[in-house]
Design a binder for this molecule. Structure first.
Ligand SMILES: [Zn+2]
Length: 331
């Protein structure tokens, strides 16, 4: 049995070069931007408030220290809101390249501990295709990373098909993450944009990939859902019932139950029962450790929540904490 080191696949990273571009171009693109005294930059775009983005998001030494405290060996680094879809054309491409180059540089500094999930200018699919090809060749790039909707377009939109095709042929997985959420006006109170909006976004995105035929069209495309799949795995009975009863849903090759296993899921569900459900219904080979480093509700001890789980056996825990991610990310 090979032993690796625990890998966190849900770890956000804001390199300084990306923050500099937000500072430079954000205000002319509708951002409210300020630096909070001693806490780093904060920016608001539409309903999305990000930050203050402190050193743990930015500084690689502070990150490695946090990883050591958690017993995490590797971070698969990814962007977060506001992503790059707010910028047009060349600017979006430039920001994506800057971000992905910073991922490669982080990997260069700490090749055994940091790898990257590349950001793509998805709202400009021709540019996204180019960036898939460029980023896939960068050192340490182990996957791609897009939002659950792109400027209001769902992931079944035909304009994204060429991007999925290139991602599939790259052999690297595609990670999703919510940014803009459905019905944000009704979710503005009580932190519900995150607590409810994010998990429903993942469910909507997954349903579009299933019923929109994307998974049928690209049988080797590997898609990872954040936040333990959000609402998606819990609604599969209902999706399945619709597929059984509705003629307009029969065009997909398999039942929604079967598509559950086309996705990977992280452990960010904040409940032993949620993790147990995923392992029972989908299988321990499809669950990956994540933390949401280092947003306010992120796991402080992502390894421990798996290692101390009362209902999972040692083999399942090993797969979730390390083996699945090493296989998937080709480490
Ligand atoms: Zn996250």
């Amino acid at each position: 049995m090979t032993h690796y080191a625990p890998i966190d696949v849900h770890a956000h990273y804001f390199p300084q070069s990306f923050l500099d571009l937000i500072a430079k171009h954000g205000p002319s693109h509708g951002f409210e931007y300020k630096v909070v005294d001693g806490k780093g930059p904060q920016f608001k775009h539409g309903h999305l408030l990000t930050g203050p983005v402190g050193p743990k998001f930015v500084d690689l030494d502070a990150r490695l220290e946090a990883m050591d405290e958690q017993g995490v060996g590797v971070h698969a680094l990814s962007l977060s809101q506001p992503m790059v879809y707010w910028a047009d054309g060349d600017l979006a491409q430039g920001i994506s390249e800057t971000y992905n180059d910073a991922l490669a540089q982080a990997h260069g500094r700490h090749p055994k501990r940091l790898v990257g999930l590349a950001t793509l200018p998805m709202h400009e699919p021709a540019l996204a295709v180019k960036e898939v090809e460029r980023a896939a060749r960068l050192p340490g790039m182990r996957g791609f990373y897009i939002a659950t909707q792109i400027r209001g377009k769902d992931l079944s939109d035909a304009s994204f098909l060429p991007v999925y095709e290139r991602i599939e042929s790259s052999g690297l997985p595609l990670f999703l993450h919510p940014v803009e959420v459905i019905g944000h006006q009704r979710l503005a109170a009580y932190y519900l944009t995150n607590l409810l909006g994010n998990p429903f976004e993942s469910a909507i995105a997954a349903a579009h990939l299933v019923f929109g035929g994307v998974l049928d069209r690209f049988p080797k495309l590997v898609v990872c859902l954040p936040h333990a799949g959000g609402a998606f795995p819990w609604l599969v009975g209902r999706l399945n019932r619709g597929w059984e009863k509705r003629a307009d849903l029969k065009h997909v090759r398999h039942s929604p139950l079967e598509y559950l296993r086309r996705f990977y899921y992280d452990t960010v569900g904040y409940s032993d029962h949620v993790l147990e459900y995923l392992v029972k219904v989908i299988g321990a080979d499809r669950v990956l450790m994540g933390s949401d480093y280092c947003f306010p509700i992120a796991y402080e001890q992502p390894v421990k929540i798996v290692a101390d789980h009362p209902g999972l056996d040692a083999e399942a825990k090993r797969k979730i904490v390390e083996a699945n991610a090493y296989r998937l990310l080709k480490l």
